[in-house]
Design a protein. Structure first.
Length: 283
């Protein structure tokens, strides 16, 4: 059994009120320079929160015995300052971070260390594919929801001359809610086939779902997580591929998601605290 989360580092700081002055990273953006300074108190809060989530993940995996899988922790930093990300990066070894908005991701990627592994987890608009493809340390786009968008992203990756195919997850609307993005489970196989056969600059790496906020757990399982797992089995069996990630589980349900096979959990508010009210564009 193993778990792909970094162990909590011991931090020795001298003052509980001073600002820590991290290395500044150059930026090519015309946006105002982000502040990367963080306080001891905030760094310690983030370290404690990350340690708590990792401990819960490890406990859950340990309870699964020989059936446990590797699980990646993605810290969802939407709306959070770059200083929070840098604090988590420097003081806990966290490397995988998730962002929902293209402009926010682009700005943060320019300011923060180049070995951060960025996950784009928001709605991907076709006219933003070029920008997304140009982020060199983008680890994965988790929200490809149709074949046309996959083709658009593939062309953008070709134009950006990425050194290797970009990982993508197919987003599946497992709950059938009209408010949710994602393709229907019945559409997943054909879109997967399209990516593999017609998108050489993309690599199908997994499936992703958000799921219902109030799932029926009468049988002890989240039906949305079960559906995503079934979609993966269909793709792997039919297309003869293996090791597709299952990106499912957030702050409220990541432990259940792990028990149902998740390999990629997206945790935000439990790590960084509640987010401000929605006030910005979804660009």
């Amino acid at each position: 059994m193993s778990i792909r989360v970094h162990r909590l580092c011991t931090v020795a700081l001298h003052s509980t009120s001073e600002l820590i002055n991290p290395i500044r990273f150059s930026s090519q953006t015309t946006s105002p320079k982000m502040s990367l300074a963080y306080t001891f108190e905030r760094a310690q809060e983030l370290a404690d929160n990350l340690a708590g989530v990792r401990k819960q993940m490890e406990k859950t995996l340990k309870s699964m015995g020989d059936t446990a899988q590797n699980v990646r922790l993605v810290a969802v930093s939407k709306y959070k300052p770059a200083s929070d990300i840098l604090a988590a990066y420097e003081k806990t070894g966290q490397r995988h971070f998730g962002e929902n908005y293209v402009q926010e991701l682009e700005d943060k990627a320019k300011e923060l260390p180049s070995d951060i592994q960025w996950h784009f987890i928001g709605t991907l608009q076709s006219n933003k594919c070029k920008v997304v493809a140009g982020i060199p340390n983008l680890f994965v786009v988790e929200t490809v929801d149709n074949a046309k968008k996959a083709s658009t992203l593939d062309k953008a990756c070709a134009a950006a001359s990425r050194p290797e195919p970009l990982r993508i997850f197919l987003q599946v609307n497992t709950s059938g809610e009209e408010s949710k993005s994602g393709m229907l489970p019945s559409e997943v196989l054909e879109v997967a086939r399209h990516v593999i056969s017609s998108c050489p600059h993309l690599r199908l790496a997994g499936l992703m779902t958000i799921g219902s906020p109030n799932p029926d757990l009468e049988n002890g399982e989240n039906p949305d997580f079960k559906t995503l797992s079934q979609c993966r089995a269909t793709i792997e069996d039919t297309l003869k591929i293996t090791d597709l990630d299952l990106s499912m589980g957030m702050s409220d349900d990541f432990k259940r998601a792990i028990r149902q096979g998740s390999t990629n959990v997206r945790v935000g508010s439990t790590l960084f605290g509640s987010r401000p009210p929605f006030t910005k564009s979804t660009a």
